[in-house]
Design a protein around this ligand. Structure first.
Ligand code: PPS
Length: 573
């Protein structure tokens, strides 16, 4: 390998001086303003602090076309990722070319101004194909492109006023120039950067330290805390884990800094982008592994990229990137020698016991509260992970009953609540249709719009309860399948959603007519009555469907309990 040393001179930032910023901030208050999305805030921060050097703003149309087509800006400079300011058609229509606009964070603070030099409607399918490799919504960035990003792109140079505000881990966040100054101060002339969006375990610690030794360099753990792949461990938990791992490296060999990057999961192009960003942060080497920044499976169930595509593309451009690639060795634990070794360097493979725990197996063990051996991870890391994601039997969840008026939802829900309270361990809240309509939704009627609002409110409260480790029992009619699905999505971010169809037939409900409402509905005295003069979408795939005719309430509630047990939500006694 060739010896590379870093040039630690400061790189250009897009910020104006403190005095100018104060002045500009006042002037910018009169400009048309754009409220940045969370992803745009991440992009803007790295534009302004030089992380995306040599970009001077959001891409112009010409630069965008070059980047999409052949990974190059119009002047030929290597740049693999479109950094674009996507806006609505309506907003774009209100802007004139040459106009300055103010870019505000989500609380309205002006972070920068931009002179709009370009406005165009991108061909998003082409962008998806070229940049992400396929126009397939299963790719998180393609899904974002089509379903979240605005239709029009604006481009132009940025004048930076202030950094986005962060309230968490401030001491661990560094701009490229702050890291450069740190390396300069410590005399770190060669630095290997390790990119990660996952918690680190022993194998990672071994491979990163080995990579640094091989390059005779120091090590920078450079985790992403901006936006990662949906479903990843949240960054608060991860940073606490990283801090624990940092203590395991020999003193003054390794440091950690947090990078507020919004990842795109673009595999090969992403690897090149990551390398450029690390070079800007003063690093000379960058670890690229198998399937770097991989987005998972496409809609056909296949990988989007080949396992070594990222390494190949990176290697082909590494001189231009300015940070040399270090191969990510697949480390495995050799039981007889009680140490980690690169899988491809074990000569006596057939005579030793090789241990490995996959990511899927780790998640299963965490979910079920099973043992995670010390050879695999550090006790401090496992403790943090368990604290954030306790086993399912200690997580919050929602039981969502749906069915006709008078089907028995409330009675079964009440019985279930009492049984769960008898077991103890988690707080239980009953959101019964009638109670909710008295407290949360007293102004609502029974039109589709009002019913949807009512159900979304119930879903919101249930999702908060679930998030905070409680049990929410909901018992509305909830006649619309799409609305029930939306509530399911809200809740499943935080815990299990158990849909229970109380499948009493409309005839039986009308025969019982406990509240005399069916009679009134038949007489036309109550309008839009579910099952009589208003629709009910029968649940197609509920977790459970209970019959109530000739079955005791106690037994119905018991069926729900059994279901919860089988889903691991309550521990078997
Ligand atoms: S919904 O559709 O989910 O918003 O309904 P929900 O909040 O569960 O409220 C249903 C209860 O309101 C009474 N009620 C009606 N139900 C259906 N349709 C009409 N038009 C209607 N008007 C009043 C009825 O008592 C329902 O109570 P339950 O507990 O389901 O019998």
């Amino acid at each position: 390998t060739k010896i590379m040393q870093n040039n630690l001179a400061p790189i250009p930032e897009l910020y104006v001086s403190y005095d100018s910023a104060q002045k500009l901030k006042v002037e910018a208050a009169d400009l048309t303003s754009h409220d940045l999305t969370p992803r745009q805030i991440c992009d803007l921060e790295l534009l302004m602090n030089g992380g995306f050097n040599p970009l001077k703003g959001f891409l112009s149309e010409e630069d965008y076309n070059g980047v999409v087509e052949n990974m190059r800006l119009a002047d030929g400079t290597l740049w693999p990722m479109p950094i674009t300011l996507d806006v609505s058609e309506e907003f774009a229509g209100s802007i004139e070319i040459g106009q300055d606009i103010a870019l505000r964070d989500q609380e309205g603070v002006i972070l920068a101004t931009m002179t709009v030099t370009d406005r165009w409607e991108p061909n998003k399918s082409v962008e998806a194909e070229k940049v992400f490799g396929a126009d397939d919504d299963a790719h998180p960035a393609v899904n974002y492109l089509h379903n979240t990003a605005g239709k029009i792109y604006l481009g132009g140079p940025i004048t930076g006023i202030q950094q986005p505000v962060h309230y968490d881990f401030r001491a661990r966040r560094d701009t490229p120039n702050e890291l450069r100054a740190y390396f300069r101060k410590l005399g770190w002339r060669k630095v290997v950067a390790f990119q990660t969006r996952n918690p680190l375990h022993r194998a990672h610690q071994e491979l990163t330290f080995r990579a640094a030794k091989e390059a005779q360099a120091n090590l920078l753990i450079h985790p992403i805390v901006g936006m990662t792949k949906p479903g990843d461990v949240d960054h608060f938990t991860r940073v606490r884990c990283y801090e624990a791992v940092l203590d395991k490296y020999p003193a003054s060999t390794t440091t950690m800094s947090l990078l507020n990057l919004a990842m795109r999961m673009a595999g090969p192009r992403e690897a090149v982008w990551h390398g450029l960003i690390r070079a800007n942060h003063g690093c000379t080497h960058f670890i690229v592994g198998r399937d770097h920044a991989g987005p998972g499976k496409n809609s056909q169930g296949e990988d989007f990229y080949g396992p070594y595509d990222a390494q190949d593309l990176y290697r082909a451009h590494q001189d231009e990137i300015g940070a040399e690639m270090v191969d990510f060795k697949h480390m495995v634990y050799v039981q007889e020698r009680a140490q980690y070794e690169p899988a491809d360097e074990i000569a006596d493979k057939d005579d030793v016991t090789i241990l490995n725990i996959s990511g899927t197996e780790l998640r299963r063990r965490l979910a079920e509260g099973l043992e995670i051996p010390e050879w695999f991870s550090f006790p401090e890391v496992v403790k943090e992970l368990r604290r954030t994601k306790p086993p399912r039997s200690q997580q919050g969840f929602t039981v969502f009953f749906t069915g006709f008026s008078g089907s028995g939802k409330s009675t079964i829900a009440n019985a279930l609540m009492v049984k769960l309270m008898e077991m103890g361990g988690r707080p239980v809240t009953l959101l019964d249709g009638d109670i909710v309509r008295k407290n949360l939704s007293s102004e609502l009627g029974f039109s589709k719009e009002h019913r949807d609002l009512n159900i979304r409110r119930i879903g919101y409260v249930a999702s908060e309860i679930t998030k905070n480790g409680g049990i929410a029992i909901c018992a509305p009619i909830a006649p619309y399948a799409t609305t029930r699905r939306a509530v399911r999505e809200d809740i499943e971010q935080f815990g299990a959603f158990v849909e229970v169809h109380v499948a009493t037939s409309i005839e039986e409900c009308e025969r019982r007519d406990r509240k005399g409402l069916y009679k009134l509905a038949r007489e036309g005295k109550i309008k839009e009555f579910t099952g009589i003069s208003d629709p009910y979408d029968v649940p197609q795939n509920p977790e459970l469907s209970v019959e109530t005719e000739n079955v005791e309430v106690d037994n119905c509630a018991h069926q729900v309990i059994l279901k919860l047990e089988s889903m691991g939500l309550i521990a078997a006694q």
